[in-house]
Design a protein around this ligand. Structure first.
Ligand code: GDP
Ligand code: MG
Length: 370
C-alpha cells in the first residue's frame, strides 16, 4: 500500500516516533503520530536512514499492459512496416490497395487464393511490407480509441484532380495525433486535369513540405489505375521504414492486435490478428480481448495454412470461444488453463464495465427528463 502512519513507519525502522516527527519537521512536514504519510515523505525519511524502499508492484493479470515483457534491445530485430492508406473518399484508396496487391501477386505462389482478411503483405526488394486493407478513418480511430497502435506509416492519398478535401485534413490530423509519419501519394496523375503541384502547395499549409522544396515529406506521384509510380511508392515506404528503425523480438510469446473478427458458420469465431511482438504458433493458448482459446488453424493473406507468424505478419486464426473486436489486444499464455482463467476474468470485467456504463447512461437520461 502507498501509506503508513508515523507510528507504523517508526516501528518498521526501529526508531522512536518522536525522532521521525522531528525529522519530518526538519523537512518542512508537520506531522502527528497517527498521521498518514504519503509515499514521498516515506521515501525521504527512509533515504535519510539509508533504507531503500521496496515498492510492491501489484500485477493485475487481466491487464495486458502490466503483463507486457520489456524486451532486451539485443533481442530486437528488424520487422516489416505496417502501413495504412488514408484519404478523402474517391481519391483512390481501394484502387491503390488492389493495385499494390495485384502488382505483387506474381511473387506469391501460383494458386494462392486472394482472400480478404483485413491485411496483406507484399514483398519488395526482398523486404516485406504489411498493408492494413481496411482503409478509412474509422478503422484507424477505432483501433486508437481502444489503445491499439498498429500503424507505422500512413499513406495519404490525394487525387491530383481534386486536391485537399475535408477527409484529407482529417487523415492528416489522425496521423499527427498518433505520431505516425506520412508519405503522400498524389494519385490520378494519368488524368488530363491532374495538377500535382497544387496538391503540394495545399499540403504545405499542413506542414507537409515536399523534400524538393526543402521539407522532409516524401511525395509520390502515381496512378493507382495504370500502376505508374507504384514501385516508387513501395520503395519510399521501405526507406521511411528504415529511418524509423522498426524492430521487434520474434523469440517470445506473441502479442498483437485484432484487425478484424467475425463469426463464420462453419469455422466458428475467426479473427485476423496482427502479430506485433513474438511469434504466434498453431496450438498456442491465447487470450484475445475478452475471448480465449487455443490457436487451432492459422492461414495467411493468400489463404494458405501456416504454422507460425512473426512480427508484423497478419494471420487469420480459429479456435476462440467467442468473437473479439477489432482493436482488441491479444497475448499468448503458457498454458490453456491460464488463458481460460484470464480470458474469463477479462470477460467478467468487461461485462461489469458495460453495465456501469449503461447505468450511468440511464441515470443521465433520467436527469434529463426531470
Ligand atoms: P476510395 O473511395 O478512396 O477507395 O476510391 P476508389 O479507389 O474507390 O476510387 C474512386 C474512383 O477513382 C474509381 O472510379 C477509380 O477507378 C478511380 N481512380 C482511382 N485511382 C485512379 C487513378 O489513378 N486514375 C484514374 N483516372 N482514376 C482513378
Ligand atoms: Mg474505397
Amino acid at each position: 500500500e502507498g501509506s503508513l502512519t508515523v507510528a507504523e513507519l517508526a516501528k518498521k525502522l526501529g526508531k522512536e516516533p518522536s525522532e521521525i516527527i522531528k525529522k519530518l519537521f526538519m523537512l518542512g512536514i508537520m506531522a502527528t503520530i497517527n498521521q498518514d504519510l504519503d509515499k514521498d515523505a516515506i521515501e525521504l525519511i527512509c533515504s535519510d536512514y539509508g533504507v531503500e524502499v521496496e515498492e510492491k508492484v501489484v500485477i493485475d493479470e487481466t491487464d495486458f499492459e502490466s503483463l507486457e515483457i520489456v524486451d532486451d534491445p539485443a533481442d530486437l530485430v528488424e520487422r516489416p512496416p505496417v502501413v495504412t492508406i488514408m484519404g478523402h473518399v474517391d481519391h483512390g484508396k481501394t484502387t491503390l490497395l488492389d493495385s499494390i496487391r495485384n502488382s505483387k501477386v506474381t511473387e506469391q505462389e501460383a494458386g494462392g487464393i486472394t482472400q480478404h482478411i483485413g491485411a496483406y503483405q507484399v514483398v519488395v526488394n526482398n523486404k516485406k511490407i504489411t498493408f492494413l486493407d481496411t482503409p478509412g478513418h474509422e478503422a484507424f480511430t477505432t483501433m486508437r480509441a481502444r489503445g491499439a497502435q498498429v500503424t507505422d506509416i500512413v499513406i495519404l492519398v490525394v487525387a491530383a484532380d481534386d486536391g485537399v478535401m475535408p477527409q484529407t485534413v482529417e487523415a492528416i490530423n489522425h496521423a499527427k495525433a498518433a505520431n505516425v509519419p506520412i508519405v503522400v501519394a498524389v494519385n490520378k496523375i494519368d488524368k488530363p486535369t491532374a495538377n500535382p503541384d497544387r496538391v503540394m502547395q495545399e499540403l504545405v499549409e499542413y506542414n507537409l513540405v515536399p523534400e524538393e522544396w526543402g521539407g522532409d515529406t516524401i511525395y509520390c506521384k502515381l496512378s493507382a489505375l495504370t500502376g505508374e509510380g507504384i514501385d516508387n511508392l513501395l520503395e519510399m515506404i521501405l526507406l521511411v521504414s528504415e529511418m524509423e528503425e522498426l524492430k521487434a523480438n520474434p523469440n517470445r510469446r506473441a502479442t498483437g492486435t485484432v484487425i478484424e473478427a467475425k463469426l463464420d458458420k462453419g469455422r466458428g469465431p475467426v479473427a485476423t490478428l496482427l502479430v506485433q511482438s513474438g511469434t504466434l504458433r498453431v496450438g498456442d493458448p491465447i487470450v484475445v480481448g475478452s475471448t480465449y482459446g487455443r490457436v487451432r488453424a492459422m492461414t495467411n493473406d493468400i489463404g494458405r495454412r501456416v504454422k507460425e507468424a512473426g512480427p508484423s505478419m497478419p494471420v487469420e486464426i480459429t479456435g476462440l470461444n467467442d468473437v473479439p473486436q477489432a482493436g482488441d489486444r491479444f497475448m499468448v499464455f503458457e498454458d490453456e488453463k491460464k488463458a481460460r482463467q484470464i480470458g474469463e476474468a477479462r470477460a467478467q470485467k468487461q461485462l461489469l464495465e458495460q453495465r456501469s456504463v449503461k447505468t450511468r447512461v440511464s441515470l443521465d437520461d433520467l436527469f434529463e427528463k426531470i
